[in-house]
Each structure stands twice: as C-alpha cells, then as structure tokens.
Design a protein around this ligand. Sequence first.
Ligand SMILES: C[S@@+](CC[C@H](N)C(=O)[O-])C[C@H]1O[C@@H](n2cnc3c(N)ncnc32)[C@H](O)[C@@H]1O
Length: 224
Amino acid sequence: MAWPNDAGRGLSPGSRLPGMTRKKDVLQPSLWTPRPVEETISVYAAWADTYDAEVQARGYRTPARLAAALADHAPLDAKILDFGCGTGIGGAALRKAGFTQMDGTDVTVEMLEIATKTGLYGKTWHSTPGALSFAKGDYDVIVAVGVISLGAAPPDTLAPLVAKFATGGLLALSYNGPTLEDDSYADALGAEVSTGHVEVIFREHGPHLEDVGMGSDVIILRRR
Ligand SMILES: C[S@@+](CC[C@H](N)C(=O)[O-])C[C@H]1O[C@@H](n2cnc3c(N)ncnc32)[C@H](O)[C@@H]1O
C-alpha cells in the first residue's frame, strides 16, 4: 500500500473528538511548516490536553512501527532516551515492545507533564531547545518519534544527537510525509551518513497517520 507524503497537512490541534471532528479532517494547515521555536512550543502547549486523543483517533502508527523495528536491533534492556517524548506515546509503544529502561525529555512543559504522569519513564526533564543536557554515551539508544520534523525540531537537531553516542549507539527517528518532502531534513540525514558518523541500518516507509493517509519513514542509524 502506498502512503502518500502530501496528505493530512491540516490536522487541527485543539479540535474535539469524537463527533466534532471528522477523522479525515487534517490537523491545522500550518502544523507541518517551519516556525520559530517559541511558536512550536506554544502550539504543543495548547495542544497537550487533546493531543493523545486526536492523534490516536487519526491512527497514529509511527510509534509502534518504530518500537517494533528497534526491538530487532537493540536489546530490551537498552538505556533509551525518548527525545521529544511529548505526552509519552512513544514511551508506551517502547514499553509494549518490551523495552524496560526509558527516560524522556521535551521542550514543552505541558506535554512533558503528561508523559511524566504515565510513569513509563525512569526520569523526565524539560529541555532547552538546541541544548542537550546529558553526556556522550549516557544512552544506548535515542528515539525521536515525530520530533525532527517540519513544525517541530529543526534539521540541525540531528547532528548534535548523533554526537552524543558512543560507537554502536542507535538513533531511531521518523520523518513524516511533509518532512520527507523538505530537502533540509533529507540533507541533514545525508550529511551524517556521508561524513561517516552513522550508517543507516533500517529504513522503511509505512503509515504515519493512517486515517488521513499520511506516511512516514522509520529510520535507525548506528553510530560508527
Ligand atoms: C509531533 S510531537 C511528537 C511527540 C511524541 N514523540 C509522539 O510521538 O507523540 C513533537 C514533539 O516535539 C517536541 N519538540 C519540538 N521541538 C523540539 C526540540 N527542538 N527539542 C525537543 N523536542 C522538541 C514538541 O514539544 C512535541 O512534544
């Protein structure tokens, strides 16, 4: 099945489900567009209370796909950082896949508070955009589900994350449809691969927001 990259650009954060919003309505038109970080944080702060219900109702598949792929490449006791954990949907998928050690961080307090309450994470902390407040080698795996993305973290987030790994560390991330179409994200990934910092050990396209026909690539990079 094909998962087009151009569908679903208009999901509307804050719209009410069920009933008031048709599943095929897109989130808000400007959701997957570049914006200043302060605006990104405002968008997610305002969306936090309804985020889980809205994305789940639209068939948010990437977290489970990423967790399943990671389970084929990392031991279940790997120390994992869920970077841009949001409300904890990625952590829940990792736990369901069998992973046991997860910490979480996010730049949006309102999203992070919900993730913290899930009890899925050993620890959570509020991160400052562009600053990574952990040491190289602290984590065996970093996951970034829907985070290094148009409308969320910029493409230059990728290289500093890669630099935080010891040899063999894994970065498992996703690029959704609009992000795949934006050269700056493809270029950031290409630069890490071509400089030899990482190798791509897994890449697969599949459903992202299934009910709006948006796809994503799940990508796993291994630090050389
Ligand atoms: C689409 S949500 C994904 C959340 C979660 N990973 C999930 O799959 O549900 C994007 C998240 O990235 C966070 N984010 C945006 N810019 C960021 C940055 N520069 N560093 C870390 N997190 C960021 C937002 O606060 C938001 O929680």
